[in-house]
Write a protein that binds this ligand. Structure first.
Ligand code: GLC
Length: 785
């Protein structure tokens, strides 16, 4: 297709290679990130994922060798051959990734598919070559991670997927090629190397991770440009950082968004949502957020209220707010086609809706019946949609839940030739589909930002690479199946590796009827996932924490309270993520990739670096095997110290989720509150697991953007072992006026005889396995012997 290399030119960070038939470009973004590009549709990048990219000025050389052109950065060596075959080496000249030199050669499928189809089987055919297709060699040691919200296990090797945002509420099983999200990014882990590849193409894209042939994997598309980024780093964490350098980091959310959230399709009428709210407070279960699903609207018309069911929404939301509840309302993209409905009329008058090939407003069916679809690929429409958020904000709504934005439609999918403005370039549904939800979230984010001047809380179902900048996500319509509880772990871990660090699943499962045991186990996973929301579908059995029996209620209370205790730790992780791009919920492989025993662990995960959670995800199980990576770990419940690098067996009665803390950890805790902000927290608890370690705790007002201008505090703890333990406390940044007055120190050890802070004796008490005392929240050295 490209032919032989004829010549090359080198300008700034770009190397343009003229082949016989086409032009290829290599662009050095940072010493670790290189872009491979050829124009098939647009002259240059036209990215929805990457905004305001900063090219790092770095030295690199370009040389013409006998058979190839060589580009050398400080970290990578890229060799470009005829036919635009591109190979990547590390600086020690070890090959990381090379283009496969043969043709695609699919495995053989036998038999006659049509007869199987007659019985209702879905028969897969071998796929054709794609217009844009990159085939990479498999060396044999590869594992693949990322790819967004795909079903199945953590490692994607041996499977194929498509990126085409899909709303299919039938049970999400391993054979699904696509779900709601398109994140065309994956990380390859080889025995000694790791790198990521981001195909920035928002048309339908295809990923085959060694399924059709174990000698290669490939990715491709039938439209758009050849435009991919090769991202390397010393470890997976650096690759995730590189990917989020391109597509953006998850911004720090408001603190209450990390509280417990309760949802249902639907809490209606007003008396029902008040009853749910009161139940939380009366039953002593913390909760910050209540969600209103589609039935709060008048005939499902977005930005309206059903005045019969919710006669005084402003008063309702104020009453709830006075009781600590923030309300999030659902907003779908489909606008009801109804004359006299102002949103519809306004959009129609201004040509804000997508049109068919003849330029007539395109209509399909969603909840409101005949509906039209705002063209979010036009900045004017986004600005209008952003302005509409004011309607909700003025009523007292605290966050917006964007659903059905694949976009979903009940009267068949949108035809390919539905037309969009596409930022003035014009484009059809094949181009906009995968970024429709992304652009809708962007508009919602901008609107909430403008009208609240707080960090926006948006939840979206559909997204594209980079949506993390605007929105948190949930994984759509799962079911109350044990299998879906199990799958939620690799799914959230892979979403995290794909840049989406603020994510969650419907705790308890959306469709089908939950059971007390399933909810009890699910809340044990949910309480560690960044977005912690229990949600269920209409006509399913009630699934609130109190919906079953006393035991289930107690288990829910225990883990929701644990969540509130860990809030400062989770908030710190999100704050760190603004710099590192690392997610809250992490597969073990992210930090222990040298240990091949963790590469395929699907039923354990890390929260940050130091908390390992090994939940029970099988019905009836009351014990489980747990692999602890190398190092020393403390059982969170019993305080028993365990040597890692081996598998242990743990008894796990229904109310116990096995949790392990790495020795050397310093974990901040809050007192349990009914909701974030209920208590002024003057004393921060520091839960210490003696060893060598370092931790930085971050504090700000938890809602505004003042932290961007320096209004925050940092508390730095450095712990060293040897003749007891010393903890050096520093406060390198103190510009937020409401700092702590004291620290409550918990030392997870009972062998303590003497505690001194800045030379002065400190009185302590010994409780079961822990020694406790308080000190002033100031710089100093704590010596514990
Ligand atoms: C979709 C959403 C679900 C919501 C329902 C009604 O199925 O995924 O969360 O409850 O629509 O709005």
């Amino acid at each position: 297709m490209f032919g032989k290399i004829i010549s090359y030119e080198h300008h700034d960070n770009k190397v343009r290679i003229n082949f016989e038939h086409r032009v290829g470009k290599i662009e050095v973004i940072t010493p670790n990130i290189v872009n491979v590009f050829s124009s098939f549709k647009y002259q240059d990048h036209f990215s929805r994922a990457i905004e305001d990219l900063e090219i790092v000025k770095c030295n690199f050389t370009v040389d013409k060798k006998d058979k190839y052109i060589e580009v050398i950065t400080d970290e990578l060596i890229v060799k470009i051959y005829d036919e635009f075959k591109v190979d990547f080496y590390n600086k020690s000249l070890e090959i990381l990734c090379e283009d496969y030199r043969g043709e695609r050669d699919s495995f053989i499928r036998r038999g006659c598919g049509s007869i199987a189809e007659e019985e209702g089987h879905k028969v897969e055919k071998n796929t054709d070559n794609h217009k844009i297709q990159v085939i990479k060699k498999i060396y044999g040691d590869e594992k693949f991670y990322g790819l967004g919200d795909k079903t199945g296990h953590l490692n994607k090797r041996g499977y194929n997927y498509e990126m085409w945002n899909t709303d299919d509420p039938s049970p999400h099983v391993e054979s699904y090629k696509s779900l709601y999200k398109s994140i065309p990014f994956f990380i390859t882990l080889r025995e000694k190397y790791t790198f990521g590849i981001f195909l920035d193409n928002n048309f339908k894209t295809y990923f085959d991770m060694g399924k059709e042939n174990s000698n290669y994997y490939y990715f491709g598309s039938d439209d758009g440009n050849l435009d991919y980024y090769f991202i390397t780093g010393i470890d997976m964490a650096e690759v995730v950082n590189g990917y989020t350098y391109l597509t953006g980091k998850t911004p720090l959310p408001q603190k209450w968004t990390l509280g417990y959230q309760q949802c249902r399709w639907s809490y209606t009428p007003e008396s029902r949502i008040r009853e749910v709210a009161n139940n939380f407070r009366n039953k002593d279960i913390p909760c910050d957020v209540l969600h209103l699903d589609i039935d709060y609207m008048d005939a499902f018309k977005v930005f309206t209220w059903d005045k019969e069911k919710f006669p005084e929404p402003t008063k309702l939301l104020k009453d709830l707010k006075d009781n600590g509840f923030k309300v999030v309302t659902i907003i779908d993209p489909g606008v009801k086609k109804e004359s006299g409905y102002d949103i519809y009329e306004e959009g129609l008058k201004n040509n804000y809706f997508a049109v068919d090939k003849d330029g007539i407003t395109y209509v399909n069916k969603v909840w409101p019946g005949d509906s039209v679809f705002p063209d979010f690929s036009d900045s004017k429409v986004r600005a209008w949609w952003a302005e509409n958020q004011k309607i909700m904000v003025d009523t007292g709504v605290s966050g917006i839940w964007n659903d059905m934005n694949e976009p979903a439609s009940f009267n068949g999918p949108l035809p390919d030739d539905v037309q969009f403005r596409n930022e003035g370039r014009g484009g059809d549904h094949t181009e906009i589909h995968n970024v429709y939800g992304h652009l809708m979230s962007k508009a919602t984010f901008e609107g909430l930002k403008k009208h609240t001047n707080k960090r926006p809380f948006v939840i979206t179902r559909a997204c594209y690479a980079g949506s993390q900048k605007y929105s948190t996500v949930w994984t759509g319509d799962n079911q109350s199946f044990w299998e879906h509880l199990r799958m939620s772990i690799p799914m959230l871990c892979n979403l995290g590796l794909s840049g989406i660090s603020f994510a969650g699943v419907d705790v308890g499962g959306f469709s089908f009827d939950c059971t007390p045991e399933l909810l009890s186990r699910w809340v044990q996973v949910g309480c560690f996932s960044p977005l912690f929301r229990n949600h269920s579908s209409m006509l399913t059995r009630d699934q609130e924490p109190w919906a079953f029996d006393e035991e289930t209620l107690n288990i829910n209370r225990k883990y929701i309270k644990l969540r509130y205790k860990l809030l400062p730790y989770l908030y710190d992780l999100l704050w760190q993520g603004e710099t590192t791009g690392l997610p809250v919920m992490r597969p073990l492989v992210l930090h222990y990739s040298d240990d091949d025993k963790v590469h395929e662990i699907n039923d354990e995960f890390l929260v940050g670096k130091n908390i390992l959670v090994a939940p029970v995800v099988e019905q009836g199980k009351r014990s489980r095997a747990i692999y602890l990576p190398k190092g020393k770990w403390i059982d969170y419940w019993t305080k028993e110290e365990l040597e890692g690098g081996r598998t242990i067996l743990k008894e796990a009665p229904l109310d116990l989720c096995p949790i392990y803390i790495k020795v050397g950890s310093i974990i901040p805790n809050y007192p349990v509150q009914n909701y974030v902000g209920e208590k002024e927290i003057e004393e921060l608890t520091i839960d210490i697991y003696p060893g060598n370690g370092h931790y930085t705790h971050y504090l700000d007002d938890g809602e505004s953007f003042n932290y961007k201008s320096g209004k925050y505090n940092l508390y730095d703890f450095t712990m060293k072992e040897g003749n007891g333990v010393t903890l050096e406390i520093k406060t390198p940044h103190l510009e937020y006026e409401k700092g702590y007055s004291t620290f409550r120190i918990l030392i997870n050890s009972t062998e303590i005889k003497d505690v001194k802070f800045n030379g002065k004796d400190i009185a302590y008490e010994t409780k079961k396995h822990v020694v406790e005392f308080s000190i002033k929240a100031e710089e100093g050295i704590l010596v514990i012997k």
